[in-house]
Design a protein around this ligand. Structure first.
Ligand SMILES: *[C@@H]1O[C@H](CO)[C@@H](O)[C@H](O)[C@H]1NC(C)=O
Ligand SMILES: *[C@@H]1O[C@H](CO)[C@@H](O)[C@H](O)[C@H]1NC(C)=O
Ligand SMILES: *[C@@H]1O[C@H](CO)[C@@H](O)[C@H](O)[C@H]1NC(C)=O
Ligand SMILES: *[C@@H]1O[C@H](CO)[C@@H](O)[C@H](O)[C@H]1NC(C)=O
Ligand SMILES: *[C@@H]1O[C@H](CO)[C@@H](O)[C@H](O)[C@H]1NC(C)=O
Length: 465
């Protein structure tokens, strides 16, 4: 009995140590379409707060909608949504500038009380970055869009913009979380620095099972690699999977638990030589991607397969080019087995068409009777283009031009009104000056230029781009 309690205590203190290792300065979990006082606990035991009448939300025409026949197996954050008929913002105060994880959840259901607008098609922007363009949520399963955004301001503004008058925008939940400093180093020599926005396109647990947010300190999903293996040849059978039951040895300078959790590093696929000959064989994965963007590819390695150090050497190829020759995992992992390491590569938009191909295979230093290639995990992020867009050739400023077309008249009218008011003010001013009274009129002209400047500013940005 007492032994059991000690075990429990030890386990608890380890668990607490692990949890407290990462405590983000900014940490917002918002369940959209519910009252502000509501707390929704998702399947991973995280508490989301409601957005209704909160200062975070600024929307002129929005409707909170609840799915009356929601699938009970779905996380409760997908049981409600907020639907927007006009461009609307969520504004998050940012305590600590720098990279943030931004996750936006979409699960469409039959929205009630939204009037004549018929379909969801919308844009999403965030602090000048285009995140989604002409987006329509897939019908069946929830769609989670996962971004890393560099924030230089005291505020993050996520804007939902219906494409036109007949469409609406919606959202079920939003997460905004400060990223750990080592997730994307600020200062990498290979041209990736965090003045970027990234969208996660693939997050793969090679040779392993699906890892859910519950088992990931940054609440990420990692999926198995099976469907991305190049098939069609017999070699697929020899792409053996391995699993490791020991402890992953995280070390300073290598990958941290936030970079990749234990469940990613404790499984892998390997090329190995069982006899005197080194197999002539690569393991090959194919990842379809959209053209026109550059991609950051992160490969996660952890030698959970070798029986001793200094025996594992292999080559890494990206799109058929040698990306890393004679990768010496023992040295890179600080002469420890089961110690994680990752390598980042940028794949240029011009250098491929539609697919990123990753090969792992023996090198000239590979040894017989040893492991001659390993990969534990892989991530691919889309990088924003020169227009700061992750979706389409468009600037964030341009997204509202369509939606504005009916607002244009109103703006024109208010501009005319402003001019008239100025003229009146001028007349009043002249009269009063003539009458040698200097009180009463001065407020008016001071207020007017503000409206004026705003509309001129918005117009000129529209013309410039
Ligand atoms: C976005 O939608 C608009 C209107 O539906 C269309 O004119 C435009 O070509 C679309 N753009 C892209 C990049 O799909
Ligand atoms: C970035 O890295 C270079 C070379 O390692 C270093 O000289 C420079 O001080 C670094 N800059 C920042 C902002 O850390
Ligand atoms: C978390 O990981 C452990 C160990 O791999 C596994 O047994 C458990 O099922 C996982 N839990 C969830 C919710 O994925
Ligand atoms: C080594 O093993 C592989 C497959 O296990 C086999 O195809 C190959 O012929 C073997 N080579 C020798 C020299 O025995
Ligand atoms: C492994 O892949 C690279 C790049 O695609 C290729 O050049 C090499 O010939 C392949 N090796 C084998 C044994 O297929």
């Amino acid at each position: 009995m007492s032994i059991q309690i000690t075990h429990l205590l030890v386990f608890l203190s380890i668990a607490i140590a692990v949890v407290s290792a990462f405590s983000p300065a900014d940490h917002y979990l918002i369940d959209c379409g519910t009252a502000e006082s509501t707390t929704t606990v998702d399947l991973d035991h995280r508490s989301f707060t409601g957005d209704g009448s909160s200062s975070i939300l600024s929307a002129t025409r929005s409707v909170a909608s609840r799915n009356s026949n929601a699938n009970p197996n779905l996380s409760p954050i997908y049981h409600t949504a907020r639907v927007f008929m006009k461009p609307s913002d969520y504004k998050f105060k940012i305590k600590e500038k720098g990279t943030h994880l931004v996750r936006i959840h979409f699960q469409r259901f039959n929205f009630q009380n939204i009037g004549s607008v018929c379909h969801d098609q919308f844009h999403v922007s965030a602090n000048g970055y285009v995140l989604l363009h002409n987006f329509s949520a897939p019908k069946r399963n929830p769609s989670i869009k996962d971004f890393l955004i560099s924030i230089d301001d005291d505020e993050l503004v996520i804007r939902f913009i219906p494409v036109d008058k007949s469409s609406f925008a919606f959202v079920n939940a939003i997460e905004v979380i400060s990223a750990p400093k080592d997730l994307i180093p600020d200062n990498q020599s290979d041209g990736v620095n965090m003045k970027h926005a990234f969208e996660t396109v693939y997050r793969i647990n090679v040779g392993g099972v699906k890892v859910t947010p519950f088992n990931d300190s940054l609440w990420r999903n990692w999926v198995p690699d099976d469907e991305f293996l190049k098939s069609g040849d017999d070699s697929v059978k020899s792409y053996s999977k391995i699993h490791f039951d020991g402890r992953i040895q995280y070390h300073l300078g290598g990958a941290s638990r936030e970079v990749g959790p234990d469940n990613v590093y404790n499984s892998a696929r390997i090329v190995s030589s069982l006899n005197d000959s080194i197999p002539k064989l690569n393991i090959t994965w194919l990842f379809p991607v959209k053209n026109g963007f550059s991609y950051l590819v992160r490969l996660h390695f952890c030698d959970i397969a070798s029986i001793s150090l200094g025996m594992i050497y292999f080559n890494v190829y990206l799109n058929g080019n040698l990306a890393y020759e004679n990768l010496d995992l023992s040295t890179l992992a600080n002469y420890k087995l089961a110690s994680p390491f990752y390598a980042d590569f940028v794949v240029d938009s011009e250098k491929f068409s539609g697919v990123i191909r990753v090969d792992i295979g023996p090198s000239s230093l590979s040894m017989p009777h040893a492991v001659d290639g390993i990969l534990n995990g892989l991530e691919i992020w889309k990088m924003d283009n020169s227009m700061k867009s992750l979706d389409g050739e468009v600037f964030a400023d341009q997204l509202e031009s369509k939606n504005r077309s009916n607002g244009q008249m109103g703006r024109l009218l208010s501009l005319t009104a402003a001019v008239c008011l100025l003229a009146i003010a001028f007349l009043v001013m002249r009269r009063k000056t003539e009458a040698k009274h200097s009180t009463g009129w001065s407020q008016l002209p001071v207020d007017m230029p503000e409206i004026d400047l705003k509309s001129i500013h918005q117009k000129s940005t529209g013309v410039n781009v």
